[in-house]
Unconditional design. Sequence first.
Length: 255
Amino acid sequence: MARPRSVIISRCFRRDLESEEDEVVVPRVSSSSISWAPNGTKLLFVRKDRADRYGSRQADVYEVNLDDRNVGLATELLATVPGILTGYSVERLRRITTGLRGFYPRYSPDGNWIAFVHNEGTNNNLGLLRADGAEIRYLTKFEDGTQLYTPRWSPDGRSLVFSIGREGRRDIGRLDVKGLELQLLASIEPIVDQLPKIELIVTTEGTDRDPVFTRDGEGILFASDFTGIFNIYRMDLSSGAVDQVTNVMGGALAP
C-alpha cells in the first residue's frame, strides 16, 4: 500500500492594524501572491483544487468577498477541517477560472482586468482576464522556457512590470498596455503582435525580482541581491537612477 502524500495547507489571514487581531479570510491557498481589489472589499488568490482523472491539480484564480461580516465564524470553523472545503462551501468565495494554470493574479487599477502569469509546460506567458472571467487574452507568446513572475500594474493602468527569468538570469521587464482595452474589444484574436516588445529596465548581475510601481508611477521598487544580499531598491523611470532603500543582513523581499 502506497504511503499517503503529505499535504501542506496555507491560509490567508487579514490583520486589523489597530486591534492586532487576525482573521482567516481564506482557509486554503496556493503559494502565489494575493491582490486587493481597488475598492478594498475583495481579494484575488490562487488555489489548486482536486486532481483531475489524470492526477493533475491546476492552479485557478479565485476571489473572496471581504465585505461580509457574517461569514467570519463559518470560515474559521471550515479552516479547522480544510479537507472538506472544496471552494464552494463559503458563499463569499467565487471561482473565476477553471483549468487556467494561472499564477500571480493582480487587479487593474480600475478593477476591470486581472493580469496573471499562465504556465504551460516549461513556458510562462502574461495574460489578461476580465474580472468577471468572461474573456482571456495573452500578451506574450514565449516558447523558449521563459519564466515570468509577479506582474504589477502602473497606477494609470497603462503598463505592467514583472520579473522575467531566462538563460540563467532574472531581470525586470516592462510592457506597455496603453489602449489595450480598445484593442481587446475590437479583436477576437490574440494581440501579441500588436503590442510593443518587452523593455528590460533592471538587469543587474544578481537576481532582480518583485517589482512594484511607486504610488506616483514615476519609479519602481524592487528586490535584488547583486551585492550578495537581497535588499530593496528604488529606480527612477525617467533617469534610470537607482537608490538603495533597505540595508539588512538577513535579506529583504517583496516590497
